[in-house]
Design a protein around this ligand. Sequence first.
Ligand code: ADP
Length: 400
Amino acid sequence: MSDTIITKPTLVVNCGSSSIKYALISEDNQHRITGLAENLGLDDAHIVHKSLDGTKTDVHIPGANHKAALVKIMELLGDQSPIAVGHRVVHGGREFSTAEKVTPHVIEEVKRLKALAPLHNPANATGIEAVQAIHPDLPQVVVFDTAFHQTMPPKAFRYAIPKEMYETDFIRRYGFHGTSHAYLSERASKLTKAEGPHGWLVAHLGNGSSATAVYNGESLDTSMGLTPLEGLMMGTRCGDVDPSLHIHLKRTLGLNLEEIDTILNKESGLLGVSGVSNDMRTVEAIANNDSHPHQKDAQLAVEMFCYRAGKYLASLSCALPDLTGIVFSGGIGENSATIRTRILDVMRHFDVEIDSSKNDALFGGGEGSFHTENSRYELWVIPTDEEFQIAQETRKVLGL
Ligand code: ADP
């Protein structure tokens, strides 16, 4: 155990249906204890806990549910007990445009929004209630993935469908990855020397990918919609398709809606087009391997990923009164100089000039710009830090 005591430690919790990702973060973001509880409810449930000095411990908790796992996590944190807990919650619907202190009403709403995020919101609510049961006096905050996008104007968030469907059934575009886009645009505005207000095109490119137009700290449009399926091509998600695809697949192939949903969410994207993998590193390696039977498919998958990302970023620029620059993040955006270059090649009518040596040097957690002095727009790689953003918003809501 390390002697360092974390200042104002905030515990950030991200509950999935059978997992809990957590991080205890110091106020200055200099110290962090992290961990992942997996396979909850099963015999092989366990926690991989990484202490302050980086030592990893694997703790087996057979059959443990979320509550039992959180009890163990608190135990593993030892002396470093949190002053507050911030929960990542996927859907905040129309009601939540900022982070909120947990109250019985907030918990009810998180549960009620299950219709919009069936896999995530129930698990998020379970985590909140479990912490409440273990430490009733510990203040808790929910930070919604959708909240940052609540500044989008109606022309960006409405679908061109009958207005009753919006008014009565809340069918609209919500956007996701909000915590990441908030962090990245705020960070870019700190790093740039350009005078404000700033307009950023933010590309969060990971297994899930989205792009957002942020002006003066506000999201004005984003690529994901009612669900995280809309927009860019992703690891296993198709992104934009013709909305009539569902009915077409039902009529021609006899598939039911569940089967179609699974195909578009889990079997499409890089995986679907390459036929081999959802992982960009693997797909890129196969694309470069002359003797691989899927080489051409992998090449097309990479080409489509870049074309669609570039096309989306270019179209999102229409939302911005002014453009300062483009920010790349997420596993792909942070690590692949080739993909960044190819996306910017697609946006060839934008007056940007890449400094190749700077671009090549940005990977593995590096942060910096990679435009030349002549470039009209700035180009940045910023590693995203959703956990820090959640910790920061949690303290802000609680006035800590
Ligand atoms: P998630 O959305 O699950 O958080 P990440 O942001 O971790 O995903 O991104 C995962 C993606 O990043 C994978 O497709 C992975 O192949 C890709 N990636 C990581 N490192 C590289 C790299 N050096 N070059 C290309 N892609 C990379």
